[in-house]
Structures are given as C-alpha cells and as structure tokens.
Design a protein around this ligand. Structure first.
Ligand code: AN7
Length: 349
C-alpha cells in the first residue's frame, strides 16, 4: 500500500511542518518488466511504469496532492484547472476528499468519456469551451488571480514537484536510472518533472547516471518537434492534444541536457502500440500513454536507441478512461442460449 508521495518523499518536496500530510494513496506504482515488446525490440530490458494505477487512474495525482496540500495551507477554498481530462479528474477527486470546491474548464467534445465522468462524479463544476486546451488554459490563468482560488494546472510549481517522485520511484525500483526513458508529451510538465527528479537523485548519489529522455508527441499535435505553436492540434490521443505547451522550455532542456530527443508518432502507430500493450503485455492504457512505446519502437528502428539498451516507458493513464478509442477494433460478444453445449461451441472449447 502506498503511503502517498508526500509521506514517502517529504524531505525532497516543498512541504514544511504546516503542510497538511494529504494522501489518496498516490504513487508507489509498479514498474513491470515487458515480456514481449522489449525482447522483440532487442532491448536489454524494458520496464513499464504503470501510472494508470494511481487513485484516479493517471500520474496527475502525484502532483495534485502536493498542489492541493499547499493550496489548503495557503487558505484556498477553490481549485481551478483547464484540462484535456486527467488533470480535471484528479483535481475533482482531491477537491472532494479535502473539502475544496473544484471548477474545471475543458475543450468541448474532446475529453474522453471516463475522464469527464470522473470530474462530474467527484462534484466538480465543469464548463466546456468552444476551443482547444490552449484556450481553456488561457482562460483559467485569468480566473485564478483571486487569493482563494488555486490554479492546479502544471504551471503551478507544486504540481511538477510532486510529479518528480515518479523518477525517484523508477530509480528506487530498478536500483539505478535506465539508459532511456520514453514519455508522452502534451503540456510538457511531466517530462520536465521526470528530468528534475532524475537530476536531483543523481545529485544525491542515488543513481550512477542520467537517462536520455525520449519525448513522444502525436504527429498532429507536435509543437516541440516542429519548433512552433500548432494552432489546431489534432490527435486520437486527446490527452496530448495540445498546441502550445506551458512547459515548453522545460521539455527542451530535458531533451538537450539529457542528449535525448522529442519526436512525433502517427495516430496509427499510437493505436497499434496501445493494442500491442493490451494484447501482449496485459496492460490497457489510454492512447496518449502508448505514444511512449510507439516512439521507443520508432527509435529502435531508426537506430536512435541501440540494442541492449535498458529502457523505461511511462504508461501515464488507464485505458478504462477512454473506451471509445478502442471501439474500431472490437465487436459485440456473440449471444447464445444459456446452455453449456451452446456456450462451448461458441467459445470453441
Ligand atoms: C494520460 O489532463 O494535460 O506533457 O489536462 O493525461 O505533462 O501534459 C494531460 C496530459 C500524458 C501529457 N499522458 O503530460 C490534462 C493533461 C496522459 C495525460 C499527458 C497527459 P504533460
């Protein structure tokens, strides 16, 4: 059972004696070894950091708990965020648990059904705007100037501080840093947070080297690859449908300082990787999460990642959040009479 990231890593987080020790049991997620994809790619090892096992089904909980603890400490009564879905689900859950009102602005029609459901079931007030995530973020930045309102997007520095604990856990679990870490990039907060976490641990002597950071964007929403803002981003991976990432510089620094890369993968490659993870590894993630695996595969093919490399892919969110993304591949189960003989025949047993 996870004690939560604040209790686990308090001395490395911006908390003091007055910061409430909140937890929903976030962090402590498994880092499981791939049985099929890693060996097929000829990697020395491939581990999957299963962030979908956090309390609300994504990595956002790590940063949210620190941001909410500090918001409470500062006397805030309301959380606000813009979101492609997971941030709002996380904010709503922590808001519900710790007695804060939560207000969420989402891009209309572009949030996976499970994520919207989460925000609403936890009692958040949800408003959809006729625009993308980037417009929604601009709006909440304007709204969050009141002292009783805490903005809990990753522009809130406490969010990235909490999220860096995932890098600590990777090192703690594997005994050292991997050679490469592949991670999806949307607003670019998480790649920034992981890089910070690895550098801090390296500075403390907890790992012998730093990983190369491989950032995965979707081809239709790849501002960091193109080097310019994308006005109308599009991808099936709605979580990373972002054209003007807030942590742009953090992502570029992570890429350059680690001698890594940020590259784009097509929606078809993302969906194929998502399917392989489900069918071959027993890991059901959302499309954005599979971008990390799609990019790693691309890098092995191009030679950017050599055989024998020790790799980690960050699987950022649960596939249950976005059932529609898989619908094209699935059919309704056949229905038969409730008899063992008929069921056996239908099952081919
Ligand atoms: C599953 O919830 O931006 O590069 O508003 O939900 O740190 O943005 C989500 C992003 C990757 C990208 N994987 O992380 C939001 C939001 C999943 C995500 C990302 C997101 P960042």
């Amino acid at each position: 059972m996870s004690r939560g990231v604040i209790a686990a890593y308090a001395e490395l987080l911006p908390v003091d004696d007055h910061t409430p020790r909140l937890s929903l049991g976030e962090g402590g997620t498994p880092c499981v070894e791939s049985r099929v994809i890693g060996p097929r790619l000829g990697l020395g090892s491939l581990h999957l950091k299963l962030e979908g096992l956090n309390p609300t089904g994504s990595f956002k909980d790590r940063g949210m708990v620190v941001a909410v603890a500090r918001a409470l400490q500062a006397g805030a009564t309301t959380l606000v965020c813009a979101s492609t879905g997971n941030t709002s689900a996380s904010a709503a859950a922590y808001g519900a648990r710790f007695g804060l009102r939560t207000a969420v602005v989402v891009p209309h029609g572009r949030v996976a059904s499970g994520k919207l459901l989460q925000a609403q079931v936890h009692g958040a007030t949800v408003v959809a705007v006729d625009g993308g995530f980037d417009a929604a973020l601009r709006i909440v930045r304007e709204l969050a100037t009141r002292p009783d309102v805490a903005l809990v997007n990753s522009v809130n520095p406490f969010r990235l501080e909490g999220q860096k604990t995932a890098a600590f856990e990777v090192v703690d679990d594997l005994g050292d840093a991997p050679d490469v870490l592949a991670i999806p990039v949307g607003n670019a907060g998480n790649i920034t947070a992981y890089w910070r976490g690895f550098r801090e641990y390296h500075g403390l002597g907890r790992c012998s080297h730093l990983p190369r950071m491989l950032g995965a964007q979707a081809s239709g929403a790849a501002p960091l690859v193109r080097g310019r803002v994308v006005e109308h981003p599009y991808t099936v991976a709605t979580a990373i449908r972002i054209g003007a990432p807030a942590s742009w510089q953090g992502a570029v620094d992570a890429r350059d300082e680690s001698e890594g890369l940020i590259d784009a993968v097509d929606d078809s490659e993302i969906l194929a990787a998502q399917w392989r993870l489900a069918q071959e590894e027993g890991v059901f993630c959302e499309p954005a999460s599979a971008a990390s695996v799609a990019l790693l595969e691309k890098c092995v093919v191009s030679g950017a990642v050599a055989p024998g490399t020790h790799a980690v892919c960050v699987i950022t969110g649960s596939g249950l959040k976005d059932p529609d993304a898989m619908s094209g591949r699935l059919t309704e189960p056949v229905t038969v009479t409730a008899s063992a003989a008929e069921v056996a025949a239908a099952l081919g047993l």
